[in-house]
Design a protein around this ligand. Structure first.
Ligand code: GCW
Length: 659
């Protein structure tokens, strides 16, 4: 086996955590997913109890037992039907434990929750345990291409594809288990940039292999989606247009979708990137994104399919001289006027921020604007701009901030307005799945947070560390604070105060302060000899006006704008005094020196774990920290030198800045 089991690598548990009932599981339900629940129970408990555990079926027994059951009539207070079906309960009854799901899928989630609690020694404290997931749709988006590469992948090659073939092996099965164990219920198996060969995924060229994946995923309660090429009718169907209102185009999609469902009745639906970064879309024909999305949604609707449509639509051919066009405005400007025009089975997938997965961005105002449209949040588990799984950057605190953000300005948080969360996944065929072992905490945490948004970032880090690295307190005590502080550290040595970018063009790892400054991507910092930042107030690009109050006014005023976003919203002189009493330039110098010191400290702490965790994990992360330190130094020195040269202002503390 050339891959690890991540957080499912259960070891024997101490005697005091064992109960007689664990040895006698009884399945009182039937069906494909219920069988998976039984299987998962036996795999995990056999490892924990260090002896084979076998499932009984059908009848209650006299001895203490763990019962796995499905009760469709289970009473809950949930009003959302999709969520209600996903509810499970784990409770003790005399010497028995009963895991009840409202559906087979919910039972499976109950079993994963139960085995985790057993391993973590939480049964006494947590039972009875009721769970209705925080959001109904919890999706992983793969940016895997069929040649075997992964766009923005930092942990090897695709384990789905090699040289335009779909692979099927034990690793794919392990993958399905890992995904289900953290609550995933939808997976998009190919990149949103759908290239030539991938366009055929929904045709007989690949459908039998896609079906194999779909059936595997279905056993784990997961629905399979594919990204589709909006121009497929032209590429595959020989049509001259892909105009969403053209009857031949409509008919082509209807026929294609019908066939997909004939082969794969449980197919989830499509994910679409249209009119974005060179992808085809409805704009070519003067149609709206609602026209495009609804056309596909109507083809899917008869079969219960869902159409997920991305809002990452902006002008990527901008002139840097143009100060009025603002990429940050684009999603809102394109989609607000379409509110209420999308069919019920369309979900708009909106990136957390208005730009592109930077280390710090405000929350996308679209979440506070759209009122009559289904929305889901898109975050990037893959660390494209946050260290590429070389640097440690635990993103759960960021995602929690986004979900909790009062986007309505009236107490309506992002979490209240979305019906799902999608994560651009960070896996590849590396032995440890995620390149850096610690990057798996983001994958695990994404799933856990999507299931239960009441969990804190610390709780999730703690669970992950104990499940994946070691149950010993000294490991947890080192790893949890390290994870939880790593986003702040990364931010310190990167682009300052929300301005973003400053990365090496195209690869996006390492600093290049002006790398995108004169480019076409709309990502400018506008630094000159006096100051830096983009004026997005009413006198600037007007972006602030997309927010509800109080944010609009708060962001518009330098005095009330949260300082971590100051340069995102304002052009600020280097001598401007921040709330800490430091000038902006001194803040830039200080944070960049501190960032490197913090990486040095993490590296040292990690080295103290030698012998306490697996040698493989230890060596992997040790190597990553060494590379992170190099990267952090490069950021520090380039950023500090750049701003020294622009401003001519010395560091108050006289530290080394290369002049
Ligand atoms: O962040 C950018 C990436 C592209 C990606 C795009 C998107 C899949 O650099 O690689 O394309 O976002 O989200 O569509």
């Amino acid at each position: 086996m050339n891959y690890t089991k991540c957080w499912l690598d259960y070891k024997p548990i101490p005697e005091n955590l064992r109960r007689p009932c664990y040895y006698e599981p009884v399945l009182l339900a039937s069906g494909r997913v219920a069988e998976t629940a039984a299987e998962e129970y036996c795999i995990s408990m056999s490892e924990m109890l260090d002896e084979p555990v076998e499932m009984r079926r059908g009848e209650p027994v006299d001895e203490p037992a763990v019962y796995l059951e499905v009760e469709e009539e289970l009473q809950t207070a949930e009003t959302d039907a999709a969520l209600d079906r996903q509810t499970f309960v784990i409770r003790g009854e005399e010497d028995n434990i009963i895991i009840t799901g409202k559906s087979e899928e919910a039972l499976l989630q109950g079993v994963f929750a139960f085995t985790r609690m057993v391993y973590l020694g939480e049964i006494d404290e947590k039972l009875p345990f009721f769970c209705t997931p925080s959001t109904p749709l919890r999706m992983m988006d793969h940016w895997d291409d069929m040649d075997g590469s992964i766009e923005r992948g930092y942990s090897g090659r695709s384990f789905f594809y090699d040289d335009y073939e779909m692979m099927y092996n034990e690793r794919i099965e392990m993958y399905a288990r890992l995904m289900a164990s953290i609550g995933t219920n939808a997976i998009t198996i190919n990149n949103v940039n759908v290239h030539e060969k991938e366009t055929f995924l929904i045709t007989d060229v690949y459908l039998q292999q896609v079906k194999q994946y779909a059936e595997l995923f279905a056993r784990y309660g997961i629905r399979l989606y594919t990204s589709v090429n909006f121009a497929a009718p032209m590429q595959l169907g020989g049509l001259t247009v892909c105009d969403p209102l053209d009857p031949d185009v409509v008919a082509w999609w209807e026929k294609t979708v019908k066939h997909v469902y004939e082969v794969i009745p449980e197919f989830g639906g499509f994910l679409v990137k249209a009119d974005s970064e060179g992808r085809p879309g409805p704009f070519t024909y003067g149609r709206t994104h609602a026209d495009g999305a609804n056309m596909l949604a109507r083809a899917l609707a008869p079969y219960g399919g869902t159409l997920v449509w991305r809002c990452f639509v902006y002008n990527c051919g901008q002139d840097w001289r143009d100060r009025q066009t603002d990429r940050a405005r684009a999603a809102y400007d394109h989609f607000m006027e379409l509110d209420g025009k999308f069919d019920d089975n369309v979900i708009l997938q909106i990136k957390n921020g208005p730009m592109d997965f930077q280390v710090r961005e405000p929350v996308s105002p679209l979440f506070g604007g759209l009122k009559k449209t289904n929305m889901m949040l898109e975050v990037q588990i893959a660390q494209e701009y946050t260290g590429q799984q070389i640097d440690l950057c635990y993103l759960i605190p960021m995602w929690k901030e986004v979900l909790a953000f009062d986007i309505g300005g009236d107490g309506t948080a992002v979490s209240h307005v979305v019906c799902g969360i999608a994560g651009v996944i960070n896996t590849g065929d590396d032995e440890n799945w995620t390149g850096n072992d610690l990057a798996a905490a983001n994958l695990y945490g994404f799933g856990r947070l999507a299931m239960d948004q009441t969990l804190s970032a610390e709780q999730i880090a703690n669970e992950w560390s104990r499940l994946s690295l070691s149950r010993e307190d000294d490991v947890t005590d080192t790893v949890v604070p390290m994870l939880c502080g790593s986003w702040a550290t990364y931010e310190k040595y990167n682009a300052p105060l929300g301005i973003g970018w400053m990365v090496t063009p195209h690869t996006h790892y390492g600093p290049d302060i002006d790398g995108y400054e004169y480019d076409r991507w709309g990502t400018y910092h506008r630094a000159d000899l006096h100051g830096i930042g983009v004026d997005r107030t009413g006198v600037g690009t007007g972006y602030v006006e997309q927010y509800n109050e109080p944010w609009r006014s708060r962001y518009a005023d330098q005095a009330t704008c949260p300082e971590e976003l100051l340069l995102f919203f304002h052009y600020i002189p280097y001598t401007y005094e921040l709330k800490t009493g430091k000038t902006l330039i001194q803040h830039i110098y200080d944070t960049h020196f501190e960032g490197v010191e913090e990486v040095e400290a993490m590296k040292k702490q990690w080295e103290g774990l030698e012998g306490k965790i697996s040698e493989r994990s230890f060596a992997c992360v040790k190597d990553r920290f060494a590379r992170q330190l190099e990267n952090a130094k490069e950021w520090r020195d380039r950023v500090n030198t750049y701003f020294y040269r622009k401003s001519g202002i010395d560091d108050e503390k006289g530290r080394t800045i290369y002049k």
